[in-house]
Design a protein around this ligand. Structure first.
Ligand code: AMP
Length: 214
């Protein structure tokens, strides 16, 4: 059984980048609820149209919709041997639903990436993503390193929406760090370091959990 990992942290902590990297190394899928929602927005589905309004305001999509999305996604065969969750859970209700839904021998490993607020605002207000594949661009790049697509700003990376997302994180999402913190499979990592160092710290944090479990 591969690892079942939850990557926690505020918006701009580097969850997406680190989740992508770790998932690739382990050969398991990265499941980003933000990406799933952005795909739904692009497809113009009824759910996508409704989600866009909530996302552009920096608020959270309802637990009911998110739990439906994640249980469908994690039921697919590619997630049977493990996965990295990026952006889910975001509320205690979602965390409890995930616990209820999961069964089997591998417990969740939870890594929280800690970054001070002023760094988050700077990162979010200057970051660009690929308009084609959605990958976060490397700083100072002019096109996407993965697919060559044009770079654009996320509609919710506007300064006012960033402030709202950080407020929503503090109000609704930070409490899930406390929800998981008492578990023996919880680790926190300093995310205010170069990307390579954060990746190395995450890998050793997860290895330390797996070492205890064996
Ligand atoms: P992200 O790409 O993870 O920053 O997510 C972008 C936006 O999608 C968030 O600001 C929320 O509006 C929405 N979203 C993503 N994941 C969730 C979730 N688990 N629960 C509620 N809303 C979510």
């Amino acid at each position: 059984m591969g690892v079942r990992l939850v990557m926690l942290g505020p918006p701009g902590a580097g969850k997406g980048t680190q989740a992508e990297r770790y998932a690739r190394n382990r050969g398991i899928p990265r499941v980003s609820t933000g990406d799933i929602l952005r795909d739904a927005v692009q497809s113009g589905s009824e759910m996508g149209v409704a989600a866009k309004i909530v996302m552009d305001a920096g608020r959270l999509v309802s637990d009911e919709i998110m739990i439906g999305i994640i249980t469908e996604r994690l039921s697919r065969p590619d997630a049977a041997d493990g996965f990295v969750l990026d952006g889910f859970p975001r509320t205690v209700g979602q965390a409890e639903a995930l616990d209820d839904w999961l069964s089997g021998p591998a417990p969740l490993v939870v890594v929280d990436i800690e970054v001070p607020e002023e760094t988050l605002v700077r990162r979010l207000s200057t970051r660009l993503i690929c308009s084609v594949c959605g990958t976060t661009a490397v700083p100072a790049a002019s096109v996407c390193a993965k697919c060559g697509g044009a770079l654009t700003q996320r509609t919710d990376d506007d300064l006012e929406v960033i402030r709202e997302r950080l407020r929503v994180y503090a109000k609704d999402t930070r409490s899930i760090v406390e929800f998981y913190r008492r578990r023996s499979t919880f680790r926190s990592v300093d995310g205010d370091q170069p990307q390579e160092q954060v990746a190395a710290d995450i890998a050793s944090a997860i290895a330390s959990v797996e070492g205890v479990r064996q």
